[in-house]
Every structure is written in structure tokens, then in C-alpha cells.
Design a protein around this ligand. Structure first.
Ligand code: CP
Ligand code: NVA
Length: 309
């Protein structure tokens, strides 16, 4: 029997599969009032341990546009690890749904679900990665920049879940990756090796100076300094990330045509200045809207490869 396909991190895909999903995102979607039928009669479970605006709404909207029905639930309802183990929950839901997306604090929960599940498990953000965000980020850059191979992406700030998935995905698409983080918040040696492997032996450029990382970049990305679950570190992080705001000075170091991107939510005056977030180079709302198109591409691909039957 073919093993079930999951998307726990973007490099669970081959580069060819990643491009195929991006192509399926770009298949013209049905008019807003209509649906296409890839998920007709099917349901998708969407589990959230943390707040979400974009991921929940874009996923539910994508399932609806494909003719299916999303069942969104939280840990208060199911008690993962207290009421019952993640593996049992995944096995039970495998009998009901076509796929299960999950946003978790601990990536191990996703691993436990994937090991037990006969339906695709999709990471909707964990402490380690956010591959669905990366799909939307790559789709946005492809729409804006054209072919991504040879283009340069810059990350300024915490090398966290969003940064990791984006950087790996960008390297898989042949982009040069440039990263600026404070000491202690950048990519580890393991991360750098993973990026090198994803980028066909091209190493990322890593620095502790934001403007240096932005030099010549076609797209400059950032994210909050304190992620969900790190609220108690907010003050310490505010001090550590001083000088890592994407502002006009940082954008001036990038290519003159560079775009600014942010997964959102954004904290203007912290990781990004209001002038950049709301300025002419910002694409952060187009990027947010692409979350839905990316989920449509992902579900279409899962149907195409018969991971959803
Ligand atoms: N970018 C993103 O994942 O947003 P939400 O946390 O609102 O889902
Ligand atoms: N790094 C952020 C991303 C939110 C979409 C977090 O984990 O809170």
C-alpha cells in the first residue's frame, strides 16, 4: 500500500511537487459565487491549539470553494494528550474526513498524528514550521517576480516557524536566501545544512545586520519578534531585536523593485515600520489573500495524487 502523504514541512514535497502545487494554485479559480468539485461530498478537519485569522478562514474558504465542508475544532473540545492521544484522534478522524489540518504548539503532535493517520495531515503552523504560509509566500513572489530561480529572498528577524518554511521553499525554487537575525535567534547549523540541501548545495547568506541581508533582495520578509506561546519573552525579545525593524533604510538596501512581505499579524513600530507595512512596496495583504489560493492548490494536488480519494 502506498504510504499516506502528509505536509508537515515544505520539504516533504519534492521540488517538482512544490511547483505543481503552485501551478494548481494558479489554475483560474471558479468565480466567487461558484465552486469546483474536487472535494464535493467530502469534509476536512481543521484543528487549532492557537489563535488564527488567516489560516482558519483561508482553509475553510478553500474547502468550500472546492465543494467540501470544513469542521474546525479546538483542543478544548478534544483534549489532545489529556482526553485522548493525538494518534487515536487521527485514527478516528481518518474514518470521517478527507484530510486533517492542525495548528499545534508542539510539532511532535503532528508527527504522532501522521504516524497513525490514513488521511493527509497538514501542518497549519507548529513551533517548527508553517508550510502552508510558505506556499502562499511563494505564490505571491511568483505572481510579483515571475520565475523565482535566481531571484533573492531576504528574511529579517526571528528564524522561526515562518522563516524556516519560507527559506526552505525558496531554496527549493532556486532562490538565493539571505537571513539577518540577532545572535541566538538565527538559523542553527542544522537549519543551514537543510537550506543547503534544499538549494542544491547553495548556502544561505547569514548575518546579524538587517540592511546587509537586504542588499539586492527582490523580496524582504519579516515576522513578529515574539511568536504565539512566547508572550512571556516579549520584553527580552524586544531588546534583542532592536535594529531588526524592516524600515525605509532596510528597504533602500534591497533592489529598487523589491517587495515587502509579512505573514501577519504585523506589529507596526516593532518588526516593521508603518511606512513600509503600508507603503507602496508592501504586498502583505495580497500575500494574506494568497493563503486561500495556496490551500486550493494544496487540496487539488492531494486529490490529483490520490492522497485524497
Ligand atoms: N499568517 C497566519 O498564519 O495567520 P493566522 O495566525 O491568523 O492564521
Ligand atoms: N511566528 C508567528 C507566526 C504567526 C502566523 C507565530 O508563530 O506566532
Amino acid at each position: 500500500m502506498t504510504p499516506t502523504r502528509h505536509l508537515l514541512e515544505i520539504d516533504d514535497l519534492s521540488p517538482g511537487e512544490l511547483v505543481r502545487i503552485l501551478d494548481l494554485c494558479e489554475t483560474p479559480t471558479a468565480p466567487d459565487s461558484a465552486v469546483s468539485g474536487e472535494l464535493a461530498g467530502r469534509s476536512v478537519g481543521l484543528y487549532f491549539e492557537k489563535p488564527s485569522l488567516r489560516t482558519r478562514h483561508s482553509s475553510e474558504a478553500a474547502v468550500t470553494r472546492l465543494g467540501g465542508h470544513a469542521v474546525t475544532f479546538t483542543n478544548a473540545e478534544v483534549g489532545i494528550g489529556t482526553r485522548e492521544p493525538a494518534a487515536d484522534i487521527a485514527q478516528v478522524l481518518s474514518g470521517f474526513h478527507a484530510a486533517l489540518g492542525a495548528r499545534v504548539f508542539d510539532h511532535q503532535i503532528l508527527e504522532d498524528m501522521a504516524a497513525a493517520s490514513s488521511i493527509p495531515i497538514v501542518n497549519l503552523l507548529s513551533d517548527l514550521g508553517h508550510p502552508c504560509q510558505a506556499l502562499a509566500d511563494l505564490r505571491t513572489m511568483r505572481s510579483e517576480l515571475g520565475d523565482l530561480a535566481g531571484r533573492t529572498v531576504c528574511w529579517v528577524g526571528d528564524y522561526n516557524n515562518v522563516a524556516r518554511s519560507l527559506s526552505i521553499g525558496a531554496a527549493m525554487c532556486g532562490m538565493q536566501v539571505r537571513i539577518a537575525s540577532p545572535v541566538g535567534y538565527g538559523p542553527t547549523g542544522v537549519d543551514v545544512d537543510r537550506l543547503r540541501a534544499a538549494g542544491h548545495d547553495t548556502a544561505p547568506f547569514v548575518t546579524t545586520h538587517a540592511a546587509e541581508a537586504a542588499e539586492g533582495a527582490d523580496a524582504v520578509h519579516t515576522d513578529v519578534w515574539a511568536s504565539m506561546g512566547q508572550e512571556e519573552e516579549s520584553e527580552a525579545r524586544r531588546r534583542a531585536f532592536e535594529g531588526f525593524q524592516v524600515d525605509d533604510r532596510v528597504m533602500a538596501a534591497a533592489a529598487s523593485t523589491a517587495i515587502f512581505m509579512h505573514c501577519l499579524p504585523a506589529h507596526r513600530g516593532e518588526e516593521v515600520s508603518a511606512s513600509v507595512a503600508d507603503g507602496p512596496q508592501s504586498r502583505m495583504f495580497a500575500q494574506a489573500h494568497n493563503r486561500m489560493h495556496a490551500m486550493i492548490g494544496l487540496f487539488r494536488w492531494l486529490v490529483e495524487i490520490e492522497a485524497i480519494q
